[in-house]
Design a protein around this ligand. Structure first.
Ligand SMILES: C[S@@+](CC[C@H](N)C(=O)[O-])C[C@H]1O[C@@H](n2cnc3c(N)ncnc32)[C@H](O)[C@@H]1O
Length: 399
């Protein structure tokens, strides 16, 4: 068997530098790269839907607590070549699992497989889980239980052809679960996507932000957190690393306090509205959980009947894009968005995030940027509209 044990981490997890892989959504690699570099990540490298870097355990904590555009922070513990089921199992069995976590922690494997050796990722997870359980038993411990939904120690395997990498997942649940959204609306926007869009747009607190189809308020709350330097993980209750043997709660506390000390009282103007009063009630409750309910102004309003701001503002929206609206209503909505922007928002910059394939055609304005982003399995477009001043006066004259 030609297994090469590339990264054995038992000691390094406590006191050394090691490789870290941070996952994100397709299209957000560049903004994630910049976030990691700004936090001091060593040797950051952009990959497909991920950024790798080097750091120590403290840096893993810092990434989890701070990153706005990351979904998961993973630590690779072994990379190897396998030839069949048996050699795959053996390589996993060789890992000294009891050195990483104790048998009373629940586990679950998440497997991503691109290989002719396995046609089923569930089977890979099962095999990997058996190897972990057998290793604990060999070391004289009971086997850890599996909790597929909410494991203490989530583990991950990535297989490309005959090469496998095994990761400890330091985040646990996806980092888009910030902990400030007790309530959801229909089709809520992921916090990671909202933060990524804000960063791609280059918005800063110097400009008013308008979130006119705010739903659960994600753009507004993420923007308020960004402007005030509130760490993205401030309200999260749980991380995967808390269940590792190498976990150092004092160091986490120290890093958390350091991040909290950088929160600023930067003034900003953020207006969130929606035509649905129920959505506004939810958005307010979420903003309250994020401690920004007094700083964001909320109102029930129809964007298509709105008039624009006095000075240049950034508008962010992800209008409905399907399911609940019939094709005519959808076309009419996007048409109305285009008309409203053109006539009432001149001088502003609008960013529209949508999976509606006819968005550009129906909006009827020329976008100055089109960025492809994946929202789960959905291919989406982020469109930028620069609404030049002058049109409004022309429009007024014509009417
Ligand atoms: C996909 S959801 C937006 C999700 C939101 N970004 C979030 O963070 O949860 C679309 C929202 O647009 C709102 N909406 C649809 N048409 C509207 C209109 N003409 N004016 C204002 N809001 C509208 C819906 O009520 C819904 O809340």
């Amino acid at each position: 068997m030609n297994n090469s044990h590339i990264n054995s981490l038992h000691n390094e997890l406590s006191n050394g530098q090691f490789q870290i892989l941070v996952r994100t959504y397709s299209g957000l690699e560049e903004v994630l790269f910049r976030e990691i570099a700004a936090l001091g990540g060593a040797e950051p490298e952009k990959l497909n839907r991920a950024v790798s870097c080097k750091g120590d355990m403290g840096f893993v904590y810092k990434l989890n607590l701070s990153l706005r555009t990351a979904v998961k922070v993973l630590v690779p513990i072994k990379q190897f070549i396998f030839h069949d089921n048996n050699s795959f199992y053996d390589a996993l069995f060789e890992i000294d699992w009891p050195a990483f976590f104790s048998h009373d922690k629940t586990i679950a494997f998440d497997s991503i497989v691109f290989s002719r050796f396995f046609d089923n990722s569930m089977f890979v997870s099962q095999l990997a889980k058996d190897a972990v359980a057998d290793r604990f038993r060999k070391a004289g411990f009971p086997r850890p239980f599996v909790d597929a939904r909410n494991p203490d120690v989530p583990l991950s395997v990535y297989i490309k052809e005959n090469e496998a990498t095994v990761y400890l997942d330091s985040s646990g649940n996806s980092l888009h679960q910030r902990g400030y959204k007790p309530e959801q609306v229909h089709a809520p926007l992921s916090e990671v996507m909202a933060a990524g869009i804000l960063k791609l747009s280059g918005w800063s607190h110097h400009f008013p932000l308008i979130d006119p189809m705010c739903g659960s308020g994600t753009f507004s709350i993420e923007a308020a957190m960004l402007a005030s330097n509130v760490p993205a993980g401030m309200f999260r209750k749980r991380f995967g690393f808390e269940h590792w043997k190498a976990y150092n709660s004092e160091l986490v506390e120290q890093i958390f306090n350091g991040l909290m000390s950088r929160i600023s009282e930067t003034p900003f103007e953020i207006k969130a509205s929606d035509r649905d009063a129920h959505a506004i009630a939810i958005a307010k409750r979420n903003a309250e959980a994020a401690q920004f309910v007094d700083e964001i102004s909320f109102s029930v309003a129809d964007f298509l009947k709105s008039s624009g701001p006095e000075r240049k503002a950034f508008i962010f929206m992800n209008p409905p894009y399907g399911e609940r609206l019939n094709p005519d209503d959808l076309a009419q909505l996007y048409n109305g968005i285009g008309t409203t922007l053109k006539h009432y928002y001149s001088g502003c910059e609008a960013w529209i995030f949508t999976a509606y394939p006819e968005a550009i055609k129906q909006i009827g304005l020329k976008p100055s940027a089109k960025i492809k982003l994946m929202n789960g399995p959905l291919e989406c477009l982020l469109l930028r509209y620069e609404l030049f001043a002058g049109k409004r006066t022309e429009f007024k004259k014509q009417n």
